[in-house]
Design a protein around this ligand. Structure first.
Ligand code: PHE
Length: 349
């Protein structure tokens, strides 16, 4: 009996513990300890009956008052804990509707796709149709019918990947020029086509050479086409591509399938011809090879050479890009470094 706390002590201890309770779980444990079936207050209630009659009334009133007070305090405490728990949850789940959305990154075209489209668009406006041809090609089209016979030393100029050397020798095309042959075999003049596509050469890779690279071929055959048409067409192309103020230069060059053959250059867009690193101090940038289609090539596809003449050109789009953007390594195009690609996309002129 003596070890039992008095009602006053019990009340003080109970209230202290209840006020200290920092979560609902603790208040539930508190309830078990005081007001539950085996709780301390319940134990006091049970004792009422065993007390002598003269103490019973006062004790009973005191215990009931305590029970009521503790019950009410518990409800209050739980209500306030619930409220602050709710507040914490609302705060943690809050959505800031004023926050700007996360930007969705849109994809973009690879620079080689863009440059090819740009080149073909420029020629498209001059009446050239874009066509494509096979990358695995008959040596007959890649060489022979372009006036490069098997024993001709010029054949060595194009270091070739050979695919098959049976009855019909097959190679990976070393340039897009075989599409000149295929186009002419398939139709009579007038012909005006540009041919973008991949080419392959058995070469060591370095900053300016790739074993797989792109070319865009051009071919125009009609009655009365002259070198002046070639010069006018390529000059217009260069000015659209590199700026309207570009000066152009045509010099003699040799390709077995053209006569005469020319090398086409523009004054360096970087230094305006004064000489810089890009043009290797020459003031000129060589863009492409071209020439008047060799009569033998026209003959081999069955064109009437007394009636038709034509010009052809071939350029390397990656090289054009190096020049246009002052880049220094052609291998960057095929590293798939997304940062480099994105930078190219942003820098596009
Ligand atoms: N096919 C040539 C090359 O790859 C380029 C070229 C095309 C030259 C058409 C003249 C005419 O080097």
């Amino acid at each position: 009996m003596a070890a039992e706390p008095t009602i006053i002590e019990l009340r003080a201890a109970a209230l202290t513990r209840l006020n200290a309770a920092s979560d609902l779980e603790t208040t539930r444990a508190w309830y078990r300890d005081y007001l539950g079936d085996h709780g301390a207050v319940t134990a006091l209630t049970k004792r009422i009956a065993s007390l002598p009659p003269e103490q019973r009334r006062a004790f009973g009133i005191a215990v009931n008052a305590l029970k009521t007070e503790l019950g009410a305090t518990l409800s209050e405490r739980q209500a306030s804990l619930e409220a602050s728990a709710l507040e914490t949850r609302i705060e943690s789940e809050a959505i800031d509707v004023t926050l700007p959305g996360r930007p969705v990154r849109r994809g973009f075209l690879h620079p080689t796709t863009r440059i090819i489209r740009e080149i073909c668009d420029i020629f498209g406006k001059m009446g050239f149709q874009t066509v494509e041809g096979p990358e695995v090609e008959y040596a007959k089209y890649n060489f022979d019918m372009l006036n490069i016979p098997a024993d001709h030393p010029a054949r060595d100029v194009w270091d070739t990947f050979h695919v098959e050397s049976g009855e019909s020798e097959i190679v990976l095309r070393t340039h897009t020029s075989p599409m000149q042959v295929r186009t002419m075999l398939g139709q009579q003049p007038p012909v005006r086509v540009v041919v973008p596509g991949r080419c392959y050469r058995y070469e060591a890779t370095d900053a300016t050479h790739l074993a797989m690279f792109l070319q865009v071929e051009g071919l125009a055959v009609d009655e009365g086409i002259t070198l002046a048409d070639l010069k006018g067409t390529l000059t217009e192309f260069a000015r659209q591509m590199f700026g309207p103020e570009r000066k152009t230069r045509f010099r003699c060059d040799f390709f077995p399938f053209v006569e005469p053959g020319v090398d086409f250059a523009i004054d360096c867009p970087q230094c305006g011809g004064k000489g810089c690193r890009l043009c290797k101090q020459s003031g000129w940038i060589e863009l492409l090879g071209a020439g008047m289609v060799h009569p033998r090539v026209l003959e081999m596809v069955g064109y009437d050479t007394s009636k038709y003449t034509g010009f052809a050109f071939g350029m390397g789009p990656e090289r054009l890009m190096l020049l246009k953007y002052g880049l220094d390594d052609i291998r960057d195009f095929y590293k798939n470094d997304i940062r480099w690609l994105r930078q190219m996309d942003r820098a596009w002129l």
